[in-house]
Design a protein. Sequence first.
Lengths: 374, 274
Amino acid sequence: MTNRIHDQQASQVSNLLAGGIIVESGNNHDIVSCFSIEKGLITTKALVLFLKKENKFLTTKNNLAIQTHGLSKSFGEVQALRDLDLAVPKNSITGFLGPNGAGKTTAIRLLLGLNQPTAGSGKIFGLDIHHDSEEIRRRTGYLAQEPRFYDDMTAREILRFAARFFFSGPPKGIEDRIDEMLEMVGLVAKADRPIKGFSGGEKQRLGIAQAQINAPELLILDEPAASLDPMGRRDVLQIMERLRGQATVFYSTHILGDVQRVSDQVVILNQGYLVTQGPIELLLGGSDGIVFSLEIQGSTHQAREIITRQPWVTSLDSQVMNGNTLFRVAVNDEEAAEAQLLRLVLADQDLTVLRFGKEKLELEEVFLQLVEGV
Amino acid sequence: MMTEVTQTQEKLNQIEGHGWRLGLGNLLAKENRTWWRSKRWIIQAALWTFILDGLLVLLLFIIPRMVTTDGQPVMPGNTLQSAIQGFFNLSPLALALGIIILAQDIVIGEKQSGTAEWVLSKPASRYAFILTKITANTLVVLITMITIPNLIAYTILWIFKGSVYPIIPFLSASGTVFLHVFFYLTLTIMAGVLASNRSLVLAISLGTLLGGSFLSNIVPALSLATPWMLPEICALIALGEVLPPLLIIPIISTLIWSLVFIFIALWKFQKHEF
């Protein structure tokens, strides 16, 4: 189950959406009590806690760049995409993750009208992906997984050709725009050379330039950094970061470190199914909500009793490591835990706290947990 | 950086509009540029001039002077008539073969390489994508394969005859040759839309061209509903013969087939999945 909150103030009234339909509304407490936690998924509870803490919203109904409902695609017997319910907020940088064959490219092609869905529907900026595809493409930039251009044309000619789909003139304005794009991707020196002599990385840079030529509101990038060297990758991430708050960037990638670095949102697909989607901070918080860890030297009996009595503590796990004890304390009120947990433990004079901190998972761990159940 | 970008964009005139013409002008300009701003058209024109007019020169000036071992002329009878007949019999077939080779990659090449996907991710209609391919290549056929070689052929005939060859039969025959080539152009483009590999495109187009005479021998009525009899009709028209009404039918049916192929190509490409 994937859930989204539709609200103006997370601390006030929230509506819980499932598949785009409001299934529950009320205050956060009511919603939390209505839904059980499902292992491996971003849960309603965790989501509400996150929203409460951050005082911000995942999505509001009119604040979505991309929204799909039950979007499905099959190629003959092969079901490439199943019941995809996407909700990508406007002006977010959303990483679209999944193993090879998960259905990412299929989903992207459906969004752009390059393929037609077998079932379900989708909207970009509120426009139907099937009926309003032309208008969507006018407002979107797209970089394919392996960008291919006309080999006999130069980079400048490719950009001019791409620009002419959006702008009728004036020629000087178009040329200025092309120059800006060439500069942005570092291809000024090669602007007038035929594409056939370009390396994979240079083609990728050109692909990013042409996707940006119309200053799109939505940039869809399919593996934008796949064939780039580390500097090229850094440049792509910088371009994406520069767009933060100005355009929506929806990009698929296998480089999880990049996602963790620049993305606000993450969508994970596996075998055509949506595994999860939501803010990256929430995903990295894990499915147990917020967990603090303490490494303690000395007898922990009293500390354990004090901690478990706290109303904001939901569970406590402990294990012995090299003669020390490691506590993992799951809490439902991060502020209270931050303010009180360490003090409570240190109140016991016989204890020494060697390490204290909030646990944060690496995206790779989370990804593997969700996709492989590792 | 992005502020500068936005400022630039404000100076640009956005293209509005929807429907089948979306992107048509840009795509047509690109297709035309590919031909006319490179040496490709010169190479094509030179190649077909060499092949077709070389054939005519051979038929008019060289073969008539050749004799067999027993002293008989290789090409007896009226040289001019035989040369025109040979020219208009062979040029439709040679040009059809040429256009099949030229056009076999037009659509399928872009489908396979990913450039079609890229172009269609822009605000461009699929109709415009196919129509510009047909239009630009039709223009190439008209100029490099028909007009230039036939203009030179007409001059050669004038020189040989010592007076102007009747222009109307020559133009009508050239038009019929064009129709024959146009049929194979549209057939090859349609095959490129329908098929998923080049071999199949070539098999469909070449099979139609080369298997035609074989099939029309088995089922003679097929000649009326196909372009397979057009080379003979071209020669008759060029010689100024009045065509019996029955021989008008292949001309009309070839035109209808070409339009059907265009319709199928447009319709199927609209549904193409990348």
